[in-house]
Each structure stands twice: as structure tokens, then as C-alpha cells.
Ligand binder design. Structure first.
Ligand code: FAD
Length: 626
């Protein structure tokens, strides 16, 4: 017989809004699976099923108001109907569970460390002097001696030689070059662009964040109208905005050129391709030169991916085109609801475009925990004209009056005319464009290169770092890998061995996460305890006019150490850094909760989330904690 599932004790709250219904009649649920999400003015909380079974009816819908004891659903309990988890109360309701089966971007699988197994350089004693010319000496392995000899031979026919050659001067490449030079290596840095800094500094992280800052100022000025301060409608001078963006870029890239000089890193401008295991050719025609290298570090990055059959039309932009800010289109279609697409959507929406976002999967920011995205999406919904999930673009057709987009989603086909379209569907690694075959370096069909924990490819003396070795495609991952590769190429025993790489969406609100996500914990059966502190109870958030946000921490159930964290709200990208350190240091809830955080700050939400886990929180009333 069907049994009633009721709203448990949710503290002092009455008539709390249902903001999400996560199940439907016919679903089979396990004990503790989330059924609905409630949001009060203090907290968002999931209500879990008190027992395993099959739902026969769901009695609530989004927008309903419920209180303790209201019936949420009817279910037939499996296994005789005994309650598997009688604890259907505020304690268990406090946790925010993500929906099962959500997709998570997986890091690119790495090959096993081959160099160590084959007795390459990393297997022997580190020999800092083994990177230059010269025959094998005492303590040098046979592969070292062979590579030395091969380099010597390559140098005979080359225009120049170097101990470490770096292909690509993005955050991975320039960091590797500078570190190798600081370790005393003779370094050549080859870069196709006029300016150093790669995608990140020239057409990625830096220009996009400058534009997002402009967008934030516009949005905040608008929001202050409700709080007694009016600025009037903003006047946008696109030249001025572009100057602001480019000044940041020029300062940073100019600084890199200066630092390369100071370190005596030789910068060669031109497109490079390997022509042998120790040779790279740069440039064309009479500008062509060949460079012999003892070690190489491939840091050639990635390019924006294109839609199949995507027509060439200046109104169909990739992220680079969007950052050029040619105009403010009246109607903009953003194809791809990942971080890059949403950041640019935010910029154009703030500047005045009507933005429509289409995303192929069932949620924005694929790979991010749904409870975090839900908070973001609630606000994003207000910023954009429309967001279409589970929707693909079938065709983009340039017409005189705009780009006609034919899309297909859950309700069938629909179309629309847009002044511009931004295609932000991911990035393609550049492994196929660099003549890797000639050097013997294996590249997969997606252009990615496999490496070991020293960033070494299948060829012992050639390393690869950054976007070209796979996810997460982030600048800080690239630069850390760059240091490891430079040190390993210089004979040091460095390995890339981190517990957490933070990801940040610089949207409004920001979304940041690090380490194990709830989605991954569910998929991999990692037992975690979750504690989430709602920003509605954070003093600083209220003084900033922030109405929602969360700081959630995940602790390993076995040893109590923090393994993951996620934050939504302004400055989430800054706040996550403390939690990355906590994960690296293996902190438990008490370590974080007993750390004195300044008041009033958003950082207090980190300490208070840890206090929830430790059961010592006083800034919220949570029944049944000690
Ligand atoms: C719009 C946008 C916003 C982003 N925002 C962020 C962010 O906020 N935070 C973050 O962490 N990441 C961000 N990223 C991602 C970040 O830019 C990349 O992860 C990072 O730049 C990768 O660094 P890399 O060193 O691997 O390669 P890249 O930065 O891609 O640099 C590779 C360089 O190699 C050069 N090159 C390639 N092939 C050759 C060749 N054969 N010869 C000579 N030169 C060659 C290229 O010209 C390029 O300069 C963003 C990306 C975009 C597009």
C-alpha cells in the first residue's frame, strides 16, 4: 500500500516555497534520495525520501508553499516497507543533494609514467647538468647518452640549438620557459602570436574578466536603484570599453616580454612544427629557421571548436570574435551554456543585448553540481531573454537581416533571426597541428597528448602541458604543469600531484568549486558528508544586497577530511582558494571552523559551513545537531 512522504521538521519555517521537484510519479528512489528542494529566506534545502520505494504520486509542484507535515508524495516502499532511514527530519533535510546521473567532465586519462619504467631520466638520480651537450658521463643512463648524441647530431644541420625548447607562450609555455631559465637552462620560446601570453592573456581569461567587470558595474548600478541610489541609464562608449580591456592585456603581455628579456629567454616569433625528434622548424620561406633542442615542452594550447558545417560569416563569432566587441547586437544567440558562453552572454546582456542561450545538455555549466547551478540559474534567468536546455543548433544560415538559427529542443524545432551568434561549444586541442608525428609524439584523434605525472609524453625528452593535455582546460592548471615540466626537463624529481584544481565561472553570481563534486561522489561511490551554509544568513552578503548564495563543503565520511567545496555568490572565485588549501592540507571541519574568519565577510560562510559539519554552528538554528 502506498505510504505518505511528508515534509519533515524544518525548524521554524512555515509555508516554504518548493523551488524544484526532482522526481516524478513512477520513479524508483533510494532512501535519502532528494525529492524536492525548498527555499526559505534563510536556506535552500532538499527533502530526502525516508525510505526506498516507487513513487506512485507526487503531490507538490514548483511554486507551492509547504510546511512540516504536508504530504509531498505517495510511495510504495520496497523490501517490505520498513523505513530504511527514519531520520526524515531537519538534519537530513539540511543537506542539498544533487540529482543522480548528472554528467561530470572527467579529466583526460593519463598514460602510466613510462619514463620511470623504461629507466629514462626520471628513473635515475636527478642530474641537473644532463640537459646540455656532451656524451654520457658517470651516473648517466644509456637513454640520456643516446638523446645527447641525437641532439648533437640534430644541431649540426640546424640554425641554432637550445637545452629546452618551448612551443607556445600561453600560461603553460611562458611559465615553463621562465622556470627552466631560472634553473639555469638555455631556453628558446617559440610563439606564433606577436604577443606572449597565449589565449589566456590575449583572447581569454584577462580580456573576458575586464569586460565582466564593466558588466558588473552596470548591473550593480542598476540594482542600487532599489536601494535608494540612482545613476540613470548607462551610456556605453564601445571604444572606451575596448581600451579598458586592451590596456589590461597590453600591461600583462608587455610585462611578460620584459621578464623574458631579463631571464635571457630567447623568443622566436613564428609558427613551429616538429621535423624530427630533436628538431623544430619555425616560419616560412626566407624567414624559416630550424632549432635543435635537447628537451622540448609542447604548450600549444587549444582553439575554439566549431559547429559541423558552420558557415563563415563575421556575425557568427567564436569567443575571440565576441571579445572584439565589434558592436552590441540587438539580439544575440549564444550556442553553449558552459562557462565561456555564459560569461560572454553576461557581458552582452549587461551592455544591452537580448541574449538567448541554447545548451545541448539538461543544465547550464555541465559538470558542475546542480545545487550550485540552480542558484546561479535563478538569477541568470532574469538576465537573459531565454535559456533553452536540451537544445541543439541544427543550422545557422546567414541572411541579409541576420543569422537564421534552426534549433531543436524538447518541444521540437524552432527558429529565429539573430544579429549575431556566439558559438561557445568547447575547445579543440592543437595536437594535430604541430607535426607531432615527426617527433614521434602520440596524439589522439581529439588532438590531445597523453602525459605522465612529470608531464612527459611517450617520447622521453618531450613534455606536454596545458590545454593540449586535456581537462580541465584552465590557465592555472597549465602554469602549474609548466613548472613541473621545466623542473623535470632540468633533472628535478617534480611531479604534478594535486588534490584539487579550482574552477571558477566569473558569472554573476560567480560559481566556484574544487576537489570532489557531489555528482562525482555519487557516481564513484565516495561517501561524503555535506554541509552547506546559506548566504541569506551571512551579514556581509546582506550588506552587499545579495539575496542568495551558498558555501558547501564535502567531507570524507571515513576520515572527516574535506575533499570538495562549492560556492555560489559574489567573489566565490576568491573564496574558493581557502578551500583549495584546506583540501591540500587535509583539514577537517574543526580545522576550518576553528579558524577565525574576519567579520563581516563572505569568508565567514566558509567557517560557518564547517561549523555546521562540526555541529557547533550558532549563526543558524539547526535542530538535532549537538
Ligand atoms: C574566453 C575565454 C576565457 C577564459 N577564461 C579563463 C579563466 O577565467 N580562467 C582560466 O583558468 N582559464 C580561462 N580560459 C582558458 C585558458 O585561456 C586556457 O586554459 C589557457 O590559456 C591554456 O594555456 P596553454 O598554455 O595551455 O595554452 P594557450 O593559452 O592556448 O597558448 C598556446 C599558445 O601556443 C601558440 N601556438 C599554438 N601552436 C603553435 C605553433 N605550432 N607554433 C607557435 N605557437 C603556437 C598559440 O598561438 C598560443 O599563444 C579562458 C579561455 C577563453 C577562450
Amino acid at each position: 500500500m502506498a505510504r505518505e512522504i511528508k515534509v519533515p521538521n524544518i525548524g521554524d519555517f512555515e509555508a516554504v516555497e518548493v523551488i524544484d521537484v526532482l522526481v516524478k510519479a513512477g520513479d524508483t528512489v533510494a532512501a535519502e534520495d532528494s525529492l524536492i528542494t525548498l527555499e526559505s529566506d534563510k536556506a535552500a534545502m532538499d527533502v530526502p525520501s525516508p525510505f526506498a520505494g516507487k513513487l506512485t504520486e507526487v503531490k507538490v509542484k514548483v511554486g507551492d508553499k509547504v510546511s512540516e507535515g504536508d504530504v509531498i508524495a505517495l510511495a510504495e516502499a520496497s523490501g517490505g516497507g520498513e523505513e530504511a532511514a527514519p531520520d526524515n527530519d531537519a538534519d537530513s533535510a539540511q543537506g542539498e543533494h544533487s540529482k543522480a546521473g548528472e554528467k561530470q567532465e572527467q579529466p583526460e586519462p593519463r598514460s602510466e609514467p613510462e619514463a620511470e619504467a623504461t629507466g629514462g631520466e626520471s628513473a635515475g638520480e636527478p642530474s641537473r647538468a644532463d640537459t646540455g651537450a656532451g656524451a654520457a658521463g658517470p651516473g648517466r643512463s644509456a637513454p640520456d647518452a643516446e638523446a645527447d648524441a641525437a641532439y648533437e647530431s640534430a644541431k649540426q644541420g640546424a640554425d641554432r640549438g637550445c637545452e629546452v625548447l618551448i612551443l607556445g607562450a600561453g600560461p603553460g609555455g611562458y611559465t615553463a620557459a621562465f622556470r627552466a631559465a631560472d634553473l639555469g637552462r638555455n631556453v628558446v620560446l617559440v610563439e606564433a602570436r606577436e604577443r606572449l601570453g597565449g589565449v589566456c592573456l590575449n583572447v581569454g581569461c584577462i580580456p573576458s574578466k575586464a569586460l565582466l567587470h564593466a558588466a558588473e558595474v552596470i548591473e550593480q548600478a542598476h540594482a542600487m536603484q532599489q536601494n535608494g541610489v540612482e545613476f540613470g541609464k548607462p551610456k556605453i562608449n564601445l571604444d572606451g570599453v575596448r581600451d579598458f580591456e586592451q590596456n589590461a592585456v597590453k600591461k600583462l603581455t608587455g610585462g611578460l616580454a620584459q621578464m623574458a628579456k631579463q631571464r635571457k629567454v630567447s623568443v622566436v616569433t613564428g609558427y613551429g612544427r616538429f621535423t624530427g625528434p630533436h628538431l623544430l622548424e619555425v616560419g616560412e620561406g626566407k624567414h624559416k629557421q630550424t632549432i635543435a633542442f635537447r628537451h622540448a615542452i609542447i604548450a600549444a594550447g587549444s582553439e575554439p571548436a566549431r559547429l559541423p558545417g558552420q558557415p563563415d560569416d563575421p556575425r557568427i563569432m567564436d569567443s575571440t570574435g565576441a571579445l572584439e566587441l565589434a558592436d552590441i547586437p540587438k539580439k544575440l544567440l549564444v550556442v553553449g551554456g558552459g562557462i565561456i558562453g555564459l560569461e560572454m552572454a553576461q557581458v552582452y546582456a549587461a551592455l544591452g543585448s537580448q541574449v538567448t542561450v541554447v545548451e545541448l545538455t539538461d543544465g547550464l555549466m555541465p559538470g558542475t553540481d546542480r545545487d550550485l547551478v540552480r542558484i546561479y540559474q535563478k538569477q541568470a534567468g532574469e538576465q537573459f531573454e531565454a535559456v533553452h536546455l536540451e537544445t541543439g543548433v541544427k543550422e545557422l544560415k546567414p541572411q541579409k537581416n541576420g543569422i537564421h538559427a534552426k534549433c531543436e529542443g524538447p518541444d521540437g524545432e524552432w527558429g529565429g533571426i539573430y544579429d549575431r551568434v556566439l558559438v561557445a561549444i568547447g575547445r579543440r586541442a592543437n595536437g594535430k597541428e604541430i607535426g607531432a608525428d615527426a617527433a614521434g609524439v602520440s596524439v589522439n584523434d581529439r588532438g590531445l597528448i597523453s602525459v605522465d605525472s612529470q608531464m612527459r609524453t611517450n617520447v622521453d625528452h618531450i613534455f606536454a602541458i596545458g590545454d593540449i593535455v586535456g581537462q580541465p582546460m584552465l590557465a592555472h592548471k597549465a602554469s602549474h604543469e609548466g613548472k613541473v615540466a621545466a623542473e623535470a626537463a632540468s633533472g628535478e624529481r617534480s611531479h604534478f600531484d594535486v588534490r584539487a584544481i579550482p574552477s571558477v565561472a566569473y558569472t554573476h553570481p560567480e560559481v566556484a568549486w574544487a576537489g570532489v563534486t557531489e555528482t562525482r561522489a555519487g557516481e564513484e561511490g565516495i561517501a561524503v558528508e555535506k554541509a552547506a551554509f546559506p548566504w541569506q544568513a551571512n551579514g556581509r552578503a546582506l550588506t552587499l544586497g545579495v539575496s542568495s548564495g551558498t558555501t558547501k563543503l564535502l567531507f570524507d565520511k571515513d576520515n572527516g577530511r574535506i575533499v570538495g567545496a562549492g560556492i555560489v555568490g559574489p567573489n566565490a572565485g576568491e573564496l574558493i582558494a581557502e578551500l583549495v588549501l584546506a583540501i591540500e592540507m587535509g583539514c577537517d571541519a574543526e580545522d576550518i571552523g576553528l579558524t577565525v574568519h574576519p567579520h563581516p565577510t563572505l569568508s565567514e560562510s566558509v567557517g560557518m559551513a564547517a561549523e555546521i559539519a562540526a555541529g557547533t554552528i550558532t549563526d543558524l538554528y539547526l535542530p538535532k545537531k549537538r
